[in-house]
Design a protein around this ligand. Sequence first.
Ligand SMILES: [Zn+2]
Length: 184
Amino acid sequence: MGFLAWPLESNRIRRDVTNNTFGTVRTNADGTKRDHQGWDLVATKLTACYAIADGVIEKLSTGSQGHGKYLLLKFSFQGRTLFAQYSHLSLTNVSEGTRVTQGEVIAYTGTSGNASGMTGEDQHLHFEIRTNPKGGQGLGGRVDPATLYGRAPRGVAILESHGQKLLLSGSTGLKMNAADMRRW
Ligand SMILES: [Zn+2]
């Protein structure tokens, strides 16, 4: 598959701050840094989440801690097998083993797990790209989504309509540029 769809229609890093991007970007009380294993994308509860690529649902988890309700989508990209994790969900319409098509709605965001109680701008989809389904300690077993998408949508919202995701599904090299919408 030649390109990845974005996981939401409007994709923007929560509060536009670095510590909601990927990497060793969060600060402990003593000033030391800790890892954030993916992107936090702003999403009001019950925002639709789309399959970023054709693939298979590897795992559905209904935990109440940490990532809360989450799913893993197994897919191939640029010769690698990868796993997209969508965390803090509320609802899903797929099961483990379900084959999905790029651009298909697979879940709705929520505030499950350690996003419990979040409101307004803090409601988000935690989105990771893993190289193995179990991930690993710290940043292990993960890649920066920006290496696949070209950039983190921090300070901009990258918009990609549902129709656009479906229309271009399966094509290679024909993806329309997503719009960068800056606030004014
Ligand atoms: Zn997060």
